[in-house]
Design a protein around this ligand. Structure first.
Ligand SMILES: NC(=O)c1ccc[n+]([C@@H]2O[C@H](COP(=O)([O-])OP(=O)(O)OC[C@H]3O[C@@H](n4cnc5c(N)ncnc54)[C@H](OP(=O)(O)O)[C@@H]3O)[C@@H](O)[C@H]2O)c1
Length: 277
């Protein structure tokens, strides 16, 4: 039996699409992961063999200021509670992390062995959660995603679709390099890990190739036949108060090798996602 926490979020809904009635799905009102007693009570009710943590505080802008405390409470204390409760019932814990744990100073892809060093509060909370996972979890895996997208929830593909269909012109950055994670592929990789019988691992899971948001806008403009004018700008000129890694390309070759998952190019992933929207 699988148990998904944070089931109402984007990734929770993608897990529901793939796992159907093989899992129990808990929203924040069924199981608030910041409340250890509630987590333990939920686990003792359902006795899951695998717990999938889709719960997180994900508003990067608000995490920087007014919501910093709640961000750390959910993303760090929540993971601590899940780890403690999983260990008590010998359950495997799947946790999702992010490319934002890196500082963006590298110029070639980040592997699972690279040093972390988040540069914004959301990233720092996720970095600390990885440490908690490393220290406390007996059985499980961290999957690091980057610009996660699907037909559900809020995500970058939906945002760009909206901008490209509603705006006359947009500015997009050419020199910030990232990879993107198709949530369907992430779920498949998680299931492959669970079936592999491996004990404790960390995986990057993203597209096989890198892109800038300018590349994304141009690709989506072609698919959507949008008339929006796309202006290229540099990272240094993008008006944002929040530091984001300038280079956060993830190397997902470990997952491809060990879990036998086929990595997609971001172009293949975007095209697949837009068909489902
Ligand atoms: N989205 C991305 O681009 C991206 C990129 C890299 C990594 N990730 C990681 O991928 C994972 C899934 O992201 P997502 O896009 O699915 O995020 P999401 O859509 O924001 O979903 C998160 C869910 O967690 C719930 N939640 C918040 N606090 C909770 C609590 N205390 N107890 C239980 N549930 C709680 C939220 O409920 P409410 O909405 O009611 O608060 C929401 O349903 C996260 O770990 C995220 O850090 C995301």
């Amino acid at each position: 039996m699988f148990l998904v926490v944070g089931a109402e979020g984007q990734l929770g809904q993608v897990f529901a699409k793939h796992l159907g009635d093989k899992a129990v799905y808990c929203t924040v009102s069924d199981c608030n992961i910041t409340n250890l007693a509630e987590v333990k009570a939920t686990f003792s009710k359902y006795k899951p063999e695998v717990v999938i943590n889709c719960a997180a505080y994900t508003n990067v802008d608000k995490a920087e200021a007014e919501d910093r405390e709640i961000c750390f409470k959910v993303n760090v204390d929540g993971v601590k509670n899940l780890a403690i409760a999983c260990n008590e019932i010998d359950a495997l814990l799947i946790h999702i992390s992010t490319d934002y744990i890196f500082d963006g100073q590298k110029t070639f892809p980040y592997t699972e062995d690279d040093k972390t060093g988040a540069i914004n509060e959301y990233g720092k909370s996720k970095e600390e959660a990885e440490k908690v996972f490393d220290e406390l979890v007996n059985k499980g895996a961290i999957f690091r995603a980057s610009y996660l997208y699907s037909e559900f929830g809020n995500n970058i593909v939906k945002l760009f679709k909206k901008l490209l269909t509603e705006r006359e012109a947009i500015n997009t950055v050419t020199d910030q390099k990232v990879t993107m994670t198709n949530a369907d592929r992430l779920v498949e990789a998680v299931i492959a890990f669970i079936e592999s019988g491996a004990k404790k691992e960390i995986y990057n899971l993203s597209s096989s190739n890198e892109l800038s948001f300018y590349d994304l806008a141009i690709e989506m403009q072609n698919i959507l036949a949008s008339k929006c004018q796309i202006n290229p700008i540099e990272y240094k000129d993008y008006p944002s108060k929040i530091a984001r890694p300038k280079y956060s390309v993830l190397d997902s070759s470990k997952a491809a090798r060990e879990l036998k998952v086929e990595l997609q190019t971001w172009q293949e992933g975007i095209s697949e996602c837009l068909k489902n929207l």
